[in-house]
Design a protein around this ligand. Structure first.
Ligand SMILES: [Zn+2]
Length: 295
């Protein structure tokens, strides 16, 4: 049986009372198993990587701070606690996105039920992100890659890491008047107004994908943040679940039609009701699975 889903129970870590509910990873995984979208045999577990491996993305002083759990100007803007369990989760997630990328290169698609930590920079943490799993996978895979980042927050860390890399195209569609401010420069940034609805969003996305096609990527990382949802606590777009499902379908169809391997990572999502968040992330996996990949 082909593996297409990467997940670890160790992604669930205690952050205290925090908008980032790591239990979501386990709940999405269990929902997909229960609904027969996923079978146990199709799941690949990430492995722990060594701090040295992460030096392909991150600076040594920053890694030393993480290794020694030191609160410094490099680690303090994570907005997360700093302990071994949490740092281990980020190390695992780096391997998770890399392993999912390798699966996608074999079978055209894969889903990482984790990752998408796009606010992490080479030399510091930000916005709930210590290590940038997207950048780690891109550096390891080393193909002409397009990052389609549709989390509601700009992928500032990823944009900065690849600002001078012609082999990586970063697209970010985000809410303009929202963290991060100021923003970094992606290859293509689209800042949306508050209250942007499904129709407007999907039209903008179609246009942006058209621009990605001119780059001719060999590989796509889709950062499928759920925080574009209308009932999100940290943002104020107006997308419905159906609109987000169409968004997913549009991005995945883009890759499918062009036979470009695609890996999906979860990224953010802070809906008031946790059930909504789980449904939105699960829908993304369902859409991915609904394509006839190997025929
Ligand atoms: Zn976000």
């Amino acid at each position: 049986m082909r593996k297409w889903f990467v997940y670890s129970d160790k992604y669930v870590v205690d952050l205290g009372n925090h908008p980032f509910r790591t239990i979501k990873y386990k709940l999405v995984y269990e929902k997909l198993l229960k609904e027969n979208v996923l079978k146990e045999e199709e799941v690949l577990e990430p492995e722990m990587i060594d701090f040295n491996e992460i030096l392909i993305v991150h600076k040594k002083e920053y890694i030393d701070d993480l290794k020694n759990l030191r609160i410094t100007r490099r680690t303090m803007y994570s907005e997360l606690p700093l302990n071994k369990e949490i740092i281990d989760m980020f190390l695992l997630a780096c391997d998770g996105t890399y392993k999912a990328s390798k699966l996608a290169l074999e079978n055209n698609y894969a889903f990482h039920c984790g990752g998408g930590f796009h606010h992490s920079y080479e030399d510091h943490a930000e916005g709930f992100c210590y290590l940038n799993d997207i950048a780690y996978a891109i550096k390891k895979i080393n193909l002409k890659t397009a990052v389609i980042d549709l989390d509601v927050h700009q992928g500032n860390g990823t944009a900065h890491i690849f600002r001078n890399d012609k082999n990586v195209f970063t697209l970010s569609i985000h809410q303009e008047w929202l963290y991060p401010i100021p923003k970094e420069k992606s290859d293509l940034d689209i800042g949306l107004e508050e209250n942007t609805d499904d129709e407007t969003y999907l039209n903008i996305l179609a246009d942006a994908l058209n621009k990605v096609s001119h780059f001719n990527p060999e590989f796509i990382i889709y950062v499928a943040g759920a925080d574009v949802y209308f009932d999100d606590m940290l943002a104020s777009l107006k997308l419905t679940k159906e609109g987000i499902r169409k968004r997913d379908e549009m991005v995945i169809k883009f890759a499918y039609d062009r036979k470009i391997p695609i890996v999906v990572v979860l990224a953010g999502g802070y809906s008031r009701k946790v059930e909504d968040l789980i449904e939105i992330h699960s829908n993304t996996a369902k859409v991915l699975k609904s394509f006839k990949w190997n025929t």
